[in-house]
Design a protein around this ligand. Structure first.
Ligand SMILES: [Zn+2]
Length: 312
């Protein structure tokens, strides 16, 4: 093929991708700042996680450490992701990730055990305006329930500084034996909401598979939203759609937000988006709500910023 013909085809492809995503911004409510490829015992990158085991996991796209952020940024460009929450335990890593696209990323202070949290440091960073989300709070990995009193200082800080909380409270998670399924019942969050009535909180994976419980929590507390994240790319398609349809049928379509939960597999950003795009039980408007409108409302983005995103 002649070079000019090839160039023409390439530019047509790029233009069509651009026109597909133009005016359709996406907010990713859940990324992790990871800079190291996760290696197995033989020194090979861990394949992309899948559930339930046994299942066919795909090889990781990032094979070198520097691939992770690079591919994540490429995915964000490709899908017109205009904002993304990024968190992790190491705040330096979070800030490093944010520095790659400061206008897009919102930094979160994550912790997966109570020992890794530091309310003094978090307060300092909140005062400086460097943190926009409390979490991901992932203490369920360490066996702790969301209503444990030791978490109080962190919910209080979120309420005081009016930043949203992202919490891992659900029936799915990796890690060792300390991960506590019983601590994943979202009804346990009620006690926290009673103590912090103005707190905005969003629950990872819409608290899968606790559909009834999360529905009841969301009917009672309008400041509870959910992200539809990891489950989208690691569980079987039927499981994903059944749960998403359950949330939609319960009338919660204005409170679901997209999240990739990108960890060491940045390709998950696009895989999750494509799965939601393919869901034929969702209208175009419902997809726009999940991808952008609900998060824009939850994050209280200004009218000017929303207008700017819609023009991108
Ligand atoms: Zn996460």
């Amino acid at each position: 093929m002649k070079n000019t013909t090839l160039l023409l085809i390439l530019s047509l492809i790029v233009n069509s991708l651009f026109s597909q995503s133009k005016g359709k911004p996406i907010i990713d409510m859940h990324q992790h700042a990871r800079f190291k490829v996760w290696l197995d015992g033989d020194g090979n990158p861990y394949p992309r996680m899948c559930f339930p085991v046994p299942c066919k996991s795909e090889p990781a796209k990032a094979t070198e450490d520097e691939d992770i952020l690079r591919i994540a940024l490429e995915e964000m460009e490709k899908y017109n992701i205009v904002k993304a929450v990024v968190s992790d335990e190491n705040l330096d890593d979070v800030y490093r990730w944010k520095a790659s696209a400061p206008e897009k990323f919102i930094a979160g202070c994550g912790f997966f055990s109570i020992q890794a949290a530091d309310s003094i440091i978090f307060r300092q960073e909140l005062e400086k305006g460097k943190i926009g989300v409390m979490g991901e709070i992932g203490v369920q990995y360490d066996g702790m329930a969301p209503n444990n009193k030791e978490l109080e200082p962190y919910f209080s800080l979120a309420e005081e500084f009016d930043v949203p909380v992202l919490i891992h409270c659900e029936g799915i998670g990796g890690g060792d034996h300390r991960f506590n399924l019983l601590a994943g019942n979202p009804l346990l969050i009620q006690e926290v909401l009673v103590r912090h009535p103005t707190m905005r909180i969003y629950i990872e994976n819409a608290a899968w598979p606790f559909l009834e419980e999360v529905t009841s929590l969301m009917y009672r507390y309008p400041n509870v939203y959910v992200d539809f994240s990891t489950i989208v790319w690691l569980a079987p398609e039927e499981t994903v759609y059944k749960y998403l349809k359950g949330l939609m049928d319960n009338g919660l379509g204005k409170r679901i937000m997209y999240g990739s939960d990108q960890m060491e597999w940045p390709e998950s950003i696009g895989i999750g988006i494509e799965r939601i795009l393919k869901a034929d039980f969702l209208s175009e408007e419902q997809k726009r709500d999940i991808f952008y409108n609900n998060a824009a409302r939850f994050l209280r983005l200004s009218d000017e910023e929303i207008k700017r995103h819609r023009e991108e």
